[in-house]
Design a protein around this ligand. Structure first.
Ligand SMILES: CC(C)(COP(=O)(O)OP(=O)(O)OC[C@H]1O[C@@H](n2cnc3c(N)ncnc32)[C@H](O)[C@@H]1OP(=O)(O)O)[C@@H](O)C(=O)NCCC(=O)NCCS
Length: 335
C-alpha cells in the first residue's frame, strides 16, 4: 500500500520478526471449578476464556521472555549479538532489580544490548515498541528487541473468583530495525490516567506496603480489580485511542487489514468492533486459549497473526491495548 511519506524525515522502525512462548501447563475452566465457586459457563459467557497457561514453579518471567526472544530472533534471521537494546515490558519482573531485560540479555547472549524494563501493565508492550521506535528514529540504537512478558499467576489471589479466572502466563517479542523503503510503526497514540489507579492494581510489595508478615497475610501483593469499572474504561480508552491513531496515520479503519487487541475479554473486543463499525473477523483473538497475559497478550497475538499470515508485506495493522495505571495505546503499523 502506498502512503504519503513526505512528513517522514526520520528513519522508520520496521518489525523484522516476531516470536512468542507460552508455558506447557494448561489450566481449564473445569480446573478452576475445583478451586473457587465458579463454572465454565460463567467464565465463557462473561469473558470468552476457555483455558490459560500457567508457568511452572521454577519458570520465571525472564525464562519465558528469553524463549519468546529466541523465537523472534530466528524469525528475523539475526543473532542476539546484533541487538543494541532490549526493552522488557512487565509487571511481574523476576526481581525488583536487576531488571528483567538484563536477565534476558544474559540468557540469550546479547552483550552489546542496553537493557531496561517498562512498567505499564497490559499496555507495556506498545509503550515499549514506541520507545524503541523513538531510539531508532533518532539513530542512537539500530536493532531493538521488545518483549512483553508476564507471569500473572505469581500475583493472582487463587481464592478470588473475581480475578483468578481471567489471567494467565506467557511472553511475546518483536525485533525492530529500520528497513529501507518500509514504514513500520507509522504512529502510536498513548494515554494514561493515574487518578484511576485503584481500579486495577496490586497494593502491596512496593514502598507503599512493603512485604511484612501482616501484608502477606492480607494478600496485598495480589491483583485487586473493580471489574465493571475496568470494563467500562477499557472499552472507552481502546476505542478512542484506536480512532486517534487512525487519524494520526491519516488512514481509515477500512484500510486496516487486521486489528490485534489486548486479550482481556471477548465482550470488550466485541464492544470495540461494534463502536468502530468493523467486523469481528478483522480482529485476531486468542484469549479463549490464553486468557489475559498482561503485557504479553498483544505481543503473543501479534506473533500468532503474523505466522498465520493474516497480513502481508505492505498491509496496515492496528494494535490496541489497555491496562492498569490506567494506561492505553494504539499503534498503526505497516507490515
Ligand atoms: C470481571 C468481569 C468478567 C465480570 O463480568 P460482569 O458481567 O461485569 O459481572 P458482574 O461484576 O456483574 O458480576 C456478576 C456476578 O458474578 C459473580 N462472579 C464474579 N466472578 C465470578 C466467577 N468467576 N464465577 C462465577 N461468578 C462470578 C459476582 O460476584 C457477581 O455476583 P453478585 O451479583 O452476586 O454480586 C467483567 O467485569 C470484566 O471483564 N471486566 C474487565 C476485567 C479486565 O479486563 N481486567 C483486565 C484489564 S487489563
Amino acid at each position: 500500500m502506498s502512503l504519503n511519506l513526505k512528513n517522514n524525515q526520520f528513519p522508520s522502525a520496521s518489525v523484522l520478526g516476531t516470536g512468542s512462548y507460552v508455558p506447557e501447563k494448561i489450566m481449564t475452566n473445569a480446573d478452576l471449578e475445583k478451586m473457587v465457586e465458579t463454572n465454565d459457563e460463567w467464565i465463557r459467557t462473561r469473558t470468552g476464556i476457555r483455558e490459560r497457561r500457567i508457568g511452572a514453579p521454577h519458570e520465571t518471567t525472564s525464562d519465558m521472555a528469553a524463549a519468546a526472544a529466541q523465537s523472534a530472533l530466528e524469525n528475523a534471521g539475526i543473532t542476539a549479538s546484533e541487538l543494541s537494546m532490549i526493552i522488557c515490558a512487565t509487571v511481574t519482573p523476576d526481581m525488583f532489580f536487576p531488571n528483567t531485560a538484563c536477565f534476558v540479555q544474559a540468557k540469550i547472549g546479547a552483550p552489546q544490548a542496553v537493557c531496561f524494563d517498562v512498567s505499564a501493565a497490559c499496555s507495556g508492550f506498545l509503550y515499549a515498541m514506541e520507545i524503541a521506535r523513538q531510539f531508532i528514529a533518532v539513530g542512537t540504537y539500530k536493532t531493538i528487541l521488545v518483549i512483553g512478558a508476564d507471569k500473572l499467576s505469581s500475583i493472582v489471589d487463587w481464592t478470588d473468583r473475581n480475578t483468578c479466572v481471567l489471567f494467565g502466563d506467557g511472553a511475546g517479542a518483536a525485533i525492530l530495525q529500520h528497513r529501507e523503503g518500509a514504514r513500520g510503526i507509522i504512529t502510536t497514540s498513548m494515554g494514561s490516567d493515574g487518578r484511576l489507579a485503584d481500579i486495577l492494581y496490586t497494593p502491596g510489595g512496593g514502598s507503599a506496603a512493603p512485604i511484612t508478615a501482616e501484608n502477606v497475610h492480607e494478600k496485598l501483593s495480589t491483583i485487586r480489580m473493580n471489574g465493571r469499572e475496568t470494563y467500562k474504561q477499557a472499552v472507552k480508552a481502546m476505542m478512542e485511542s484506536s480512532q486517534q491513531a487512525l487519524r494520526q496515520a491519516g488512514v481509515t479503519i477500512d484500510q486496516i487489514k487486521c486489528i490485534i487487541p489486548h486479550q482481556a475479554n471477548l465482550r470488550i473486543i466485541e464492544a470495540i468492533a461494534d463502536r468502530l463499525e468493523v467486523s469481528l473477523e478483522k480482529f485476531h483473538i486468542n484469549l479463549d486459549r490464553y486468557g489475559n497475559t498482561s503485557a504479553a497478550a498483544v505481543a503473543i497475538a501479534f506473533d500468532e497473526a503474523a505466522r498465520q499470515q493474516r497480513f502481508q508485506r505492505g498491509d496496515l495493522i492496528l494494535l490496541v491495548v489497555f491496562g492498569g495505571g490506567l494506561t492505553w495505546a494504539a499503534s498503526v503499523i505497516q507490515w
